[in-house]
Ligand binder design. Structure first.
Ligand SMILES: C[S@@+](CC[C@H](N)C(=O)[O-])C[C@H]1O[C@@H](n2cnc3c(N)ncnc32)[C@H](O)[C@@H]1O
Length: 303
């Protein structure tokens, strides 16, 4: 997840191959990550649907195949299947366990007959999902050391007139007012700085990581596409947040800030403990002032 280029990023972001609870093939950290990927996909539903409407205008010709690169558990891929009812949707991800969840979700939503999954690893192992009219790569290309190589690889899936949509950048999500009545004001500003630092370390540690200007329209052009616009979509869920959205926000905070003991000061740690406590009236689950405000930037290019 997700980026200041809002570079907000989960602390301890990882993809699991562990053994243990739950689905029988994921460890606890991986399960928590899956829960957050689903929660974020659901919080972002409005952005995904709005973006789909814009992309429909940009693609030259019909949309018969949509490829989602780095689909995770398939929340957006399923929304795209609904938004493009004549299209087959192919979800690609390195994680088989996430692809299984994506397929399950598609079947549950009644779009399983037009939904396929395939294991793929950017930038060199994309396989052959078939020529795409639309390629969607949301917050996945930044997991590749050489982002230009990733853009070029996904652009290579397009048919002429097809469109690549890269969701990267924007503004970090905000959830709380500046002063929440406990601890020092401006907690989220401090947490955002930590998120940026974690994102930077995540990028620096990727194989083949090289510093490069994160000019996504420039990278689309370098991949041979014509830049067809960059737009930012606001997800604006005001307070009071619906109960299910509060649970999604709490899942996000638990993963991101559950273990930041060393990184934040004692006062902020104490505030976080209250916010993460599901039983506290001042916690995210029960306080009335929680909201979800997130800006997601979409860069598009046509072949
Ligand atoms: C932050 S999640 C984004 C999930 C979803 N697209 C979204 O926007 O909510 C990043 C996804 O990229 C996938 N990913 C990580 N490295 C990848 C790679 N080298 N090639 C393709 N996908 C990758 C992860 O498994 C994960 O599902």
């Amino acid at each position: 997840m997700g980026h200041q280029q809002s570079q907000e990023h989960q602390h301890g972001h990882q993809h699991g191959h562990g053994h243990g609870h739950g689905h029988g093939h994921m460890d606890f950290a991986a399960e928590e990550m899956v829960e957050v990927l689903i929660a974020e996909g659901e919080l972002h539903e409005g952005h995904t649907r709005q973006t789909a409407a814009w992309l429909r205008e940009l693609v030259d010709g019909p949309v018969a195949r949509v490829v989602d690169v780095g689909s995770g558990p398939g929340v957006a891929a399923c929304l795209l299947a609904e938004e493009f009812p004549a299209a087959e949707v192919v979800a690609l991800d390195p994680e088989e366990s996430l692809l299984a969840l994506a397929a399950e979700r598609a079947a549950g939503l009644g779009v399983g007959d037009r939904f396929r999954t395939q294991r793929a690893v950017l930038p060199d192992e994309l396989g052959d999902p078939g020529r795409a009219d639309l390629v969607w790569a949301s917050r996945s290309l930044h997991h590749v050391g050489d982002q230009q190589a990733a853009v070029t690889a996904v652009a290579g899936l397009l048919r002429p007139g097809g469109v690549l949509a890269v969701v990267e950048g924007g503004l970090s999500a905000r959830h709380l007012p500046r002063d929440i009545g406990i601890g020092a004001p401006d907690l989220e500003t401090r947490l955002e700085a930590l998120g940026s630092a974690a994102y930077g370390s995540m990028r620096a540690e990727l194989p083949g990581a090289a510093r490069a200007v994160e000019d996504w329209p420039g990278m689309l052009a370098e991949a041979g596409l014509t830049h067809t616009g960059t737009r930012t979509f606001l997800v604006d869920l005001p307070p009071p947040l619906a109960a299910e959205d509060r649970r999604r926000v709490l899942a996000r905070w638990r993963l991101r800030y559950g273990q930041t003991a060393d990184a934040v000061g004692a006062e902020d740690r104490a505030t976080l403990d209250v916010l993460l406590d599901p039983d506290s009236p001042e916690g995210i689950l029960r306080r009335p002032d929680v909201f979800f405000l997130h800006a997601l930037t979409v860069h598009t290019g046509r072949l």
